[in-house]
Write a protein of this length. Structure first.
Length: 376
C-alpha cells in the first residue's frame, strides 16, 4: 500500500523543529511544530490546515508570524493545537498587530485554536480576521476516544509530557485502507453499487458482527435484504494505515518514557529529539531534553519500524554522523561506536521512499495515553 503521509523536517535535524507532512489526500498538509518555516514556499504554507504545536518555547513557535503573514487575505480556516495556555498565547500573537482595516477584506481567515487542558479535556476558541481576531471562546470539549483531532482520513492522539512545562507529543494515524475484493463479491453473487460504501464505513467504524447492512438485489437473491456484517466481512480487505509519531523536548523521566512508548508503539516512523550526546547526559538532564542513547532506546522499546532523530543541539554542528550513530546503536541494542557510515538514516525528506509497506496488523495503542479518561 502506498503511504499517504509524507513527512519532511523543514530545517533538517539541527534547525528549528517543524515537521511538514504532505498528504496525498486532497493536497492538504499538516505541520508538527512551528519553528522557523522560512524554507517552506508560500504555496506549501497555504496548503496547511492542521498545525500541532508541542509547546511554545521560541524555537517551536516563532514561525507563527510567517504563517499569519501568508494566510491573511485568504479565505481559510486553520486548526491549531497546543498545550495548556496556548489559546492565550495565540491571542497575544494576533493582538500584536493592528487590524483596523480587517473589515475591508472580502475573505475571512479563521483560526480554530484547541489547547489540551488535561488528558480528558480540551478548550477551544475561534479567532476571525473579520472580528479583528478577538477571542471567541467555544468552551471545553471532552477528549473522546483518545484523539485530540479526528478527521475522515486521519486521527491525531497526544500525550502530555514533562519538559519543565507541559509539552505535547503527537501520533498521527491514517485510517485503515478498506478495499472491496471483487472476486469474492462475484463468488457470493453480490452486486457492486453504493451499498459497498456503507459496508466499508461499518467496518471502519468498528461496528459489531451482528450490525445489519442493506444489500440490494443481485444474482443470489431477487429482493433487497439486510445481512449481518459477519456474513459480508470477507468481501473486504483491510490494510492498517500509516502511523507517525512526533516527540520532542522531553525530560528523560520514567513517566515520560512510559507515555512516549505507549503513544508511539508500533509506529512506522518515530521523529524523536536527540538533543545531546550520550556523553553529555548530565547537560541533557539539566535542560530536560533527551540524549541520543535515550532516543534510540525509547524507539526500540516502542518497537517502531524506523527512527528519525532531530533537534540536535547546535553545539554538535558538524557531528551529525556521530549523533546518528549513537541513536542507531541504541535502537539496535548495541554499544555506541563513533565510527561508521551513518547509512541507516537516509534524509527524512526522502524517508517515505524507503519506508517499507505496512502490511502487518497491530493493536491500536494510540489510545493508551488517554485510557484513564474512558474509565472515568
Ligand atoms: Zn526545543
Ligand atoms: Zn523546549
Amino acid at each position: 500500500m502506498r503511504p499517504l503521509l509524507h513527512p519532511t523536517l523543514v530545517n533538517g535535524r539541527s534547525g528549528d523543529p517543524a515537521l511538514y507532512v504532505e498528504t496525498l489526500f486532497e493536497k492538504r498538509a499538516i505541520l508538527f511544530d512551528l519553528g522557523d518555516i522560512t524554507p517552506l514556499p508560500p504555496r506549501k504554507v497555504q496548503r496547511l490546515d492542521h498545525v500541532f504545536v508541542s509547546h511554545t518555547h521560541i524555537d517551536h513557535f516563532i514561525g507563527f508570524d510567517r504563517l499569519l503573514r501568508l494566510l491573511v487575505g485568504r479565505d481559510k480556516t486553520l486548526a491549531l493545537y497546543g498545550p495548556v495556555g496556548f489559546i492565550e498565547q495565540v491571542h497575544h500573537k494576533l493582538q500584536a498587530y493592528r487590524w483596523n482595516l480587517a473589515n475591508r477584506y472580502e475573505s475571512d481567515l479563521v483560526f480554530v485554536v484547541t489547547e489540551v487542558a488535561s488528558s480528558c479535556e480540551s478548550r477551544v476558541a475561534l479567532f476571525r480576521l473579520r472580528n479583528a481576531f478577538a477571542a471567541e471562546p467555544i468552551g471545553p470539549r471532552a477528549i473522546a476516544e483518545a484523539a485530540i483531532c479526528s478527521q475522515p482520513t486521519f486521527r491525531v492522539s497526544a500525550a502530555i509530557l514533562e519538559h519543565r512545562t507541559p509539552c505535547l507529543a503527537f501520533a498521527i494515524q491514517e485510517v485503515a485502507h478498506v478495499n472491496v475484493w471483487k472476486p469474492r463479491l462475484d463468488e457470493l453473487g453480490l452486486p457492486v453499487g453504493p451499498w459497498l460504501r456503507e459496508l466499508k464505513h461499518a467496518v471502519m467504524e468498528g461496528r459489531p458482527a451482528h450490525h445489519l447492512v442493506r444489500v440490494p438485489a443481485g444474482r443470489s437473491f431477487s429482493q433487497p435484504r439486510e445481512m449481518p456484517l459477519a456474513a459480508l466481512r470477507s468481501v473486504l480487505t483491510v490494510t492498517p494505515g500509516q502511523k507517525i509519531a512526533y516527540v520532542t523536548d522531553v525530560a528523560d523521566t520514567a513517566a515520560n518514557r512510559t507515555a512516549i512508548i505507549s503513544l508511539a508503539r508500533n509506529a512506522d516512523l518515530l521523529f524523536i529529539e536527540a538533543a545531546f550526546t550520550q556523553a553529555d547526559a548530565e547537560l541533557a538532564a539539566e535542560r530536560s531534553h533527551l540524549t541520543t542513547a535515550a532516543a534510540g532506546t525509547i524507539a526500540r522499546d516502542a518497537k517502531v519500524r524506523r527512527v528519525e532523530p532531530f533537534h540536535f543541539s547546535s553545539r554538535y554542528t558538524g557531528q551529525e554522523e556521530r549523533m546518528l550513530n549513537e541513536v542507531s546503536a541504541a535502537f539496535a541494542g548495541r554499544r555506541s561506536q563513533h565510527a561508521g557510515s551513518g547509512g541507516e538514516f537516509p534524509s527524512a525528506a526522502s524517508s517515505h521512499q524507503n519506508a517499507p509497506n505496512v502490511t502487518r496488523m497491530r493493536e491500536d495503542d494510540a489510545t493508551a495515553p488517554f485510557s484513564r479518561c474512558r474509565e472515568a
